[in-house]
Design a protein around this ligand. Structure first.
Ligand code: ADP
Ligand code: MG
Length: 349
């Protein structure tokens, strides 16, 4: 589906391992004061003074987590960074550094890795982080990319999943379900393309959801917003697997129950219309779709005035005593127990 606009194919052997590392990393400049030593020694050296340090890592495997027939490599590089930064922000921390490890087969020319690194560089610049290391090795089949993200946070500001209390408000950023529906459209177009390679898909009606799938953003802005509003959530995590499995994590770790309101779940109009087109219930997608990288948090009642009316923050329910269980109140006021399906269970990955 994605045309190869880069006809030049320089074999990786031509550069050798060290030449390749130098070539890919030569543009990475150190910006953060906490980065004492970046790429080029046996290890990076970081100094966080009196801050606490958060570390998180993700491994992405070709044809398990991404499909290069519709995922441009530049977007893949960007997304691989963003999904890790999202975990740092979910701790209410500031992301400062990443390391990037790749395993590549000789199927990939230098130009492919240049595109991947262009995406990594763009993300590093937009999110203001340093790339301070990584590893490069060969693979016999596909592409693997692993990013480790590091961040800093004041000891008193760190937010875990286990602090939610009865009566806290459940707050969600942005809107959800779009990345999953974007994936459905891309998968459908891929099948069409297999049958008719001449077919140029018209994706105009799906711009938002495809962008949410191919180029997600992490909510760095929310960590800053919460600081400005002087709100410290009682619990927080990012929405990578789907709202239902994430709220269950918060409830189980905090030993509380929850009531979520179907009518309050924020959906983009494009998600609603694509769900109609695919004849799927949009609430099911909101609960079980994945990869939105929004933040799900719980906030004490007394902080409601501070967040009220903010377009980035939607109250979707409240925390209850554990014994009341975890329930969704539907538009018809039915009470339905929340169960974790997660997007894996939806059968695509
Ligand atoms: P080592 O032999 O210790 O594994 P390498 O020769 O692999 O060291 O790496 C040299 C330097 O380049 C190190 O600072 C390492 O962190 C960095 N590096 C290696 N591969 C990558 C990569 N794919 N992306 C970013 N930095 C990398
Ligand atoms: Mg190495």
């Amino acid at each position: 589906m994605i045309e190869d606009k880069n006809p030049q194919r320089t074999p990786l052997e031509q550069l050798g391992e060290f030449g390749l590392i130098d070539h890919l990393t030569k543009n990475f400049k150190i910006k953060k004061s906490s980065s004492i030593k970046g790429i080029g020694d046996d290890a990076a050296v970081l100094d966080f003074k009196d801050k606490q340090v958060v570390v998180t890592t993700d491994l992405l495997v070709e044809n398990v987590h991404f499909d290069l027939s519709y995922m441009p490599l530049k977007h893949l590089g960007y997304k691989a960074v963003v999904v890790n930064l999202s975990d740092v922000y979910a701790m209410n921390a500031t992301a400062t550094q990443i390391t990037v490890s790749i395993a590549v087969s000789n199927r990939f020319p230098l130009e492919a890795l240049e595109a991947l690194y262009a995406g990594i560089e763009t993300a590093a610049s937009i999110y203001d982080i340093d790339v301070v290391g990584g590893d490069t090795t060969s693979s016999t089949t596909g592409l693997l990319i692993s990013v480790t993200a590091i961040g800093e946070v004041d000891k008193d500001d760190v937010v875990y999943r286990n602090g939610a209390k009865p009566n806290d408000l459940v707050v969600l950023t942005g809107d959800i379900g779009a990345a999953y529906m974007g994936l459905q459209v891309l998968e459908r177009e891929k099948e069409v393309f297999k049958v008719n390679p001449e077919n140029q898909p018209d994706l105009d009606a799906y711009t938002y959801i495809i962008e949410r799938q191919l180029k997600p953003e992490a909510r760095k802005d929310i960590v800053e917003l919460l600081k400005d509003l002087e709100v410290k959530p009682t619990a927080m995590m990012d929405v990578s697997d789907g709202l239902s499995s994430e709220i269950i994590h918060i409830c189980k770790q905090s030993k509380v129950g929850v009531e979520l309101y179907e009518s309050k779940i924020p959906l983009d109009p494009e998600v609603i219309s694509v769900c109609e087109e695919f004849k799927i219930d949009s609430t099911t997608i909101a609960l079980n779709g994945g990869e939105d990288y929004e933040l799900l948090m719980t906030i004490a009642q007394e902080d409601f005035e501070k967040i009220k009316g903010n377009p980035n923050l939607t109250v979707i329910g409240f925390i209850t005593e554990e014994a009341r269980g975890m329930n969704l109140i539907t538009r018809g006021e039915q009470v339905i127990p929340i169960i974790a399906k997660g997007w894996n269970a939806l059968g695509d990955h």
